[in-house]
Write a protein that binds this ligand. Structure first.
Ligand code: ADP
Length: 169
């Protein structure tokens, strides 16, 4: 059975990601969630925190594991003997970026296939960055992230004292 790899930043994992994981699992026997350690964008959570949240979110799923990687995604997919890379597509802007990356990856690793799953209509609007915005402003995240992720976000955005430290608020 082919091993599928779902790479991403997962800062943090959302119910949209989890939906893609479940659907990919229905097709592939084994799924590896690859968490990119240092993407070229600002992160809220450390690699350890992102791995811990993703691990807890999939703890009940058989044949799923969480690994971190750095460097080229295709190198990571090869290293873990993955045959297929999974990505989720929401709006058309996702498509353009994913298409560009897919062409580059195909050039680098012609043997690795990319499979994109369309986001469930329920999660089309869900992105990690929007989740962080809402959490920062104290909005309700019910149905958007697992409870432990909502708690971690709340903790991150607990009232900050000028100077950088923070206290519960
Ligand atoms: P990136 O890997 O671009 O940093 P993420 O870590 O947020 O982005 O997401 C990993 C993958 O999951 C990407 O293919 C992204 O398009 C997809 N994805 C993100 N949010 C959703 C969602 N709500 N529904 C389906 N797929 C999603």
């Amino acid at each position: 059975m082919a091993i599928a790899v779902y790479p991403g930043t997962f800062d943090p994992i959302t119910n949209g990601h989890i939906d893609i994981i479940n659907r990919a699992l229905a097709v592939f026997g084994k799924l590896i969630i690859g968490i990119y350690d240092q993407p070229g964008k600002q992160l809220l959570f450390s690699l350890e925190e992102r791995m811990d949240m993703a691990g807890k979110a999939v703890a009940d799923l058989p044949n799923v594991c969480v690994k971190s990687f750095s460097g080229l995604t295709v190198d990571f997919v090869r290293e873990v003997k993955g045959a297929v890379m999974i990505r989720g597509l929401r709006v058309s802007s996702d498509f353009e970026r994913e298409f560009e990356m897919a062409l580059m990856n195909k050039k680098l690793a012609p043997d690795i296939e990319l499979i994109c799953l369309m986001a469930n209509s329920e999660y089309q609007f869900l992105s990690s960055s929007l989740i962080k915005e809402v959490a920062k402003l104290g909005g309700c995240l019910e149905g958007m992230v697992p409870d432990h992720v909502a708690t971690a976000l709340k903790e991150k955005f607990s009232v900050r004292i000028p100077g950088g430290s923070k206290r519960e608020g």
